[in-house]
Every structure is written in C-alpha cells, then in structure tokens.
Design a protein around this ligand. Structure first.
Ligand code: ZN
Length: 245
C-alpha cells in the first residue's frame, strides 16, 4: 500500500536516471534522508523543472511504499532556491561540501532533526556571509557535522588514558588517528600540534557557541580534516572538497 507523504527538505544530491528522470537524495525535516525518483523532470516542460537543484529547499509530496528504497516524487515546489548563494560559484562549491557530507554519511530514513537544523543554519550563514567568511563557515560546520556522525574529536584530556594532554610552546598534541588530544605516552605518527586557542575554539563550537574561527584555527583544522574523515568515517573522501579551494 502507498502512503502519501508531504514534507520539506533540502536536495543533497541528484543523479540522472534514464532519459528524462532524476534520482534525488533529500534531507527532510522529519523523515531523515530519503531517495526520490523524479520522473520526467529533465523534460523542459516538466512541472517540477528546476525544483530538484542541489541545496534547494522544497515542499515535497511523494508516495511511500513498503520494501522500497526509492520513492516516486509526485510534486516538488521550491520554497528557497538560495539565489544569493547560487549567484557565486565559490559559495555554490561551499554549499555542495556540506550537502555531500550529509548525503554520504547519513543513514537512509533515520529521522535526524539535528542535521536538518545544522544544514539550515549553514545555508542561512552562507547566504549572509561575505566571501572572506565562507571558508570558516564550511570548516566550522564540518566540525559540528562530525559530532552528528558520532565522531567528534576528544579534546579535554588524553583520548586514550584521560591524563593531561602533552605538547609544549602553547600547543597540544592532537592525534588524528586516535581522534583527539593525547598525552606523551600515547603520542603516535599522526600527531600534529594544535594551538591551545584552536582547541578552545573547537571545545566552544561543540558547546554550541556561535561559530567564530580565526584564520589560524581554520588553517589548523583544515590540516587534519581530510585525514580525520577518512580515518573515522569509513574512508570518507569528499570529492567536493577538492573543488572548494
Ligand atoms: Zn594517554
């Protein structure tokens, strides 16, 4: 039996299907991530034409059947196309980074209000920020998204033994492999030195403080982010990060 589902969601990703259709991955407000088949949407006269662009926020109606992984989209109306972002290729590449992250890390159909709110906040911030603030916004939200994926870095004391973290000269030893700061005894080959200020910024960020990252914090977090995601999120390697320079 089919249920008619009405929801709102962000288009995370799309994939052409047959001659004129698309399969879209959508993060919804109350049903988590769903896969929707938009039949005939690539025909110029489709009533849904343009509705399933990446990071559009849409009102959606689809038919949900049991034992299916992909549901047929019946209608899609754009609520916000984020034209302020779309006019700037640099901001577009930034938006796509978070879309790809959620598309590739969220499980299917597990309600996830936190990720939905986080993506809403991110796109709202991206809309408003000037070009110079884009990189800090992406890095800060990627850090917060790590927490949603259950792989938030451990920052209070040694991640392995809970003794005080090692380091020196205003820096703390952070092990990318262990996923947090480490003491002298648990030093490993993947340790980098993070400034105490950057560690403090991360702690505040995970406490829900407004995102305020210095250029140095952005640089230091970027220096481990790719390896960190690869090690802690099933070899995740975001293609979109390569385009976001
Ligand atoms: Zn230790």
């Amino acid at each position: 039996m089919a249920n008619i589902i009405k929801c709102r969601g962000f288009v995370l990703n799309t994939m052409p299907f047959k001659e004129s259709s698309l399969i879209a991955s959508v993060l919804t407000n109350n049903l988590g991530k769903v896969k929707l088949l938009a039949k005939g949407i690539r025909r110029p006269r489709s009533k849904m034409c343009g509705a399933m662009e990446r990071f559009n926020f849409d009102e959606l109606i689809y038919y949900k059947r049991d034992f299916k992984e992909i549901y047929t989209l019946s209608d899609a109306v754009v609520i916000d196309s984020y034209s302020e972002i779309r006019g700037d290729p640099y901001k577009v590449s930034a938006a796509v980074v978070l879309c790809e992250f959620y598309d590739r890390t969220l499980p299917a159909e597990a309600p996830d209000r936190a990720s939905f709110s986080e993506l809403t906040r991110f796109l709202k911030g991206l809309k408003k920020t000037g070009r110079t603030g884009v990189r800090a916004l992406v890095v800060g939200h990627l850090c917060r998204a790590l927490s949603g994926s259950g792989v938030m870095p451990h920052l209070n004391d040694c991640v392995r033994c809970h003794r005080p973290a090692g380091g020196g000269n205003g820096r703390l030893d952070f092990s990318v492999m262990a996923g947090g700061v480490v003491c002298d005894k648990h030093h490993d080959d993947t340790v980098i030195g993070l400034s105490q200020q950057t560690v403090k910024t991360l702690v505040n960020l995970y406490r829900g403080a407004p995102l305020e990252l210095s250029d140095n914090a952005v640089r230091e977090i970027e220096s481990f982010m790719v390896d960190y995601m690869h090690l802690h999120l099933n070899n995740l390697n975001l293609r979109s990060l390569k385009h976001f320079k």
